[in-house]
Every structure is written in C-alpha cells, then in structure tokens.
Design a binder for this molecule. Sequence first.
Ligand SMILES: Cc1cc2nc3c(=O)[nH]c(=O)nc-3n(C[C@H](O)[C@H](O)[C@H](O)COP(=O)(O)O)c2cc1C
Length: 260
Amino acid sequence: MIFYFTGTGNSLWVARQLGAAFGESPIAVADELSRHPSGECIYDIKYGEHLILVFPVHSWGPAEMMLRFVSRMTLHGYVHQPVYAVCTCGDTCGWTDRIISGALSRRGIDLTACWSVRMPNNYILMKGFGVDSDEVRETKLLTAPNEVRAVVDAIKGVKEYRSYLIGTHPWLKSRVISRLFRHFLAGPDSKTKFHVSDACIGCGLCARACPTGTVVMQDGRPVWGRGCVQCTACINRCPVRAIDWGNITQQQGRYRHPEL
Ligand SMILES: Cc1cc2nc3c(=O)[nH]c(=O)nc-3n(C[C@H](O)[C@H](O)[C@H](O)COP(=O)(O)O)c2cc1C
C-alpha cells in the first residue's frame, strides 16, 4: 500500500514512481480523511505486503495531513511488515523522520526506514523564502528519478541506500519551529492571508485542489475559511496567477510539478 499527501505534485510524482515500480496505485490521504471525517482509517495489510508513506516536509516536520492520517490509521493484520517513509523536501528535513516514526509508534507501528528526495521548493508564503531558480529546479527534477530508483532498489533489497537530508540544528527546527508552525499556521483553526484578484477566471481549481476544504467557491470566486495547512496548492496551482498571500507573494514565482 502506498499513501501520499501532496500540495503541488512533487510527492504525488514520487508516489506514482513507487506505484509503477511495485504495481500499486497510490492512495491520497486527503481523500481518505474526508471519507472518514472523524473515524478511524482502517486497512488490511497482508503478510509479505509493505506500507509506504510519501509526503512533503513542512517546516522540518511531516506535512500536517500525513500526521493526521497516521494518527487515525489502523492496520489490520499488521505483524511487523516493513513500513517506509519517503519525504520530499526543497532543502533539508530536520527530524521529520523521528516525528513520523513517533506518530507511527503511537499506533503500534514500527518505521523500517525513511528517505528524503530533494525536489523543487514550493514554499512562498513568508519573506525570505521562494521557489528555486530555473537552473536549480531543473537540476532537482533531473536528479529526482535516480533518487527514487535508489529507494526502490533499497526496498526491493537489491542495493543498500541511505539518503536523508537532516540539515543543521534539527532540534531547534523540528522541536521548536515546526511545533509553532503546526500550532499557529497549520492547525485546525488557522486563518489565511490568501486573496484573489480580478484575474480570477472562476475555474475552481483552487477549491478542488485544497485538501482541507478550506477554499470554497462563492459566486464564482474562491473564499478561504479556516483550517488551512499551508500546502500552497491553491496559490501555486492557480492557472492565471490570481491568488496572493498578503503582500508577500506578488513578486514571487510559482511552482507545481510539471507532470501534475
Ligand atoms: C508550508 C511549507 C513548509 C515547507 N518546509 C520545508 C522544510 O522545512 N524543509 C524543506 O526542505 N522544504 C520545505 N518545504 C518545501 C517542500 O517540502 C517541497 O517543495 C516538497 O517537495 C513539496 O511537495 P508537494 O509538491 O508534494 O507538496 C516546505 C513547503 C511548504 C508548503
């Protein structure tokens, strides 16, 4: 089984590569969470099967939606089958591996291994952050397939591969900044600074792409409620660049995976 969360398509692309390698169809955790709004997400895992979680790193921790999913996930038939995490990051992950491992262990599940795959950066909602230059983006997109192949070989037991970009000061980033991010910016009651310009064509892609139902269409235009997890799907995927965040993103580039 492969479960994924994605905002702008990087993690979906990785999940699809893994799905192709193992003959599996990746399952969106955003869909699973909305199918079971407050209950358990229960799955059968057979003997000899594996579980792979694919998700972006958000503020040096796993994307909030993946943590919510894991906190509700029950595996029937779990007898220590291998469980892997593959996180996509723009730069470094801090202790994302420890946080996802802790979340799984609270469900009685052991994490077997965690890899990071470096992909183009999609975080644009804060001053000092932005998408990569064209050159960096293209280099990352060119090297990512090799990284995913190495992960596949490691899972198949063909060749050992350990690649995880921890970066500097993981304690500060993952235990302090990441917690503040999840509490104040990506929590169930979080507010947004998104707004839409007259360039909006009312296509509704932002609302369809939103994994939390925060964006709804009213009179043909998007309106943001509470509960945004800052995945940046709406702002980065808008086909006419009509969405901005406060006065931060007007001069920023946008990014979505080219195959999305
Ligand atoms: C809210 C937010 C926080 C992020 N924090 C980090 C981070 O701490 N470290 C990092 O390397 N990349 C960070 N990124 C970049 C993403 O992890 C990266 O672009 C990822 O591949 C996006 O995956 P997706 O396209 O599946 O959403 C962040 C992105 C967002 C939206």
